[in-house]
Design a protein around this ligand. Structure first.
Ligand SMILES: C[S@@+](CC[C@H](N)C(=O)[O-])C[C@H]1O[C@@H](n2cnc3c(N)ncnc32)[C@H](O)[C@@H]1O
Length: 246
């Protein structure tokens, strides 16, 4: 467990939570991340560069290994840990990488915090830079990842406007950014493409929980939004195939 994850876990257990919150302790006991050597190698490389715990990284690793052809986008890369995990996962696919990976961040911290957000006020997690992310990617032996600098989609969405996405990891902490990112990405998702909201199940990220619960069971771009809430804290939405669109 990384220092960051240890700190989070300790704080997690000590807190007095309001109703509806508390430490989640699933009873499942299959732990493939412990025995997957390729994953363990990348986890060791990224663990001090990420706020994302091993369970959520494993979700990203397995999804990136399976998604159909299409480009991949992470919005909210911070120091590059989860983005590098995705990069290594697509780099080892037997069928070849499904597409180009883009990592987007303001590199100036969280933006668009508002009244639905209980903890964030803006500017948090600014302790990163494009060079920190590039260095991690280099250390991991990853080439060809493109960084998108600025608020997404407002500042940098235009650079990939015509792309079709197979995986979109949204890790932006607050309601309005999560909403803007999802509304931009959903019409660009290929059939079978997957959107992962990182912040859905976390105290302090209630804005994202609110947004995901607003869109669950609705229809957008002619496609039903069926949310799978994961006990990792992520929320996962797969774009259905054309045949099942309404
Ligand atoms: C919790 S951190 C991401 C953690 C990261 N995925 C990791 O592996 O540790 C959230 C990041 O989202 C970025 N961010 C928030 N809103 C954004 C937006 N609309 N566009 C681009 N980056 C954004 C922040 O700058 C911050 O670095």
């Amino acid at each position: 467990m990384s220092d960051q994850a240890k700190t989070n876990t300790t704080q997690n257990r000590r807190r007095d939570y309001p109703a509806g919150y508390g430490v989640v302790e699933p009873v499942a006991n299959y732990r493939p991340w412990d025995t997957d050597a390729a994953f363990s190698e990348v986890y060791d490389l990224v663990r001090e560069h990420t706020m994302v715990d091993v369970y959520r990284l494993w979700t990203l690793w397995t999804l990136a290994g399976q998604v159909p052809m299409g480009d991949l986008l992470e919005i909210g890369s911070w120091r590059g840990g989860s983005g590098t995990t995705i990069a290594r996962a697509i780099g080892r696919r037997a069928d070849g990488a499904p597409g180009q990976l883009y990592l987007a961040d303001t590199f100036a911290g969280v933006v668009k915090a508002g009244e639905r957000d209980t903890y964030y006020t803006g500017g948090e997690h600014a302790n990163t830079s494009p060079e920190i992310v590039r260095e991690l990617l280099r250390n991991a032996g990853v080439e060809g990842v493109e960084l998108l600098v600025g608020i997404f989609p407002d500042d940098s969405g235009h650079a990939i406007d015509q792309k079709r996405l197979s995986l979109c990891h949204i890790d932006v902490d607050v309601y309005q950014s999560a909403r803007d990112c999802f509304e931009w990405a959903w019409p660009r998702m290929v059939s079978g493409g997957v959107v992962v909201f990182d912040d859905y199940g976390f105290y302090g990220c209630e804005g994202v929980t609110t947004y995901v619960e607003e869109i669950a069971g609705t229809i957008a771009d002619g496609a039903p939004i069926v949310v799978v809430p994961s006990l990792s804290g992520q929320a996962i939405v797969t774009k259905p195939s054309l045949d099942s669109r309404i």
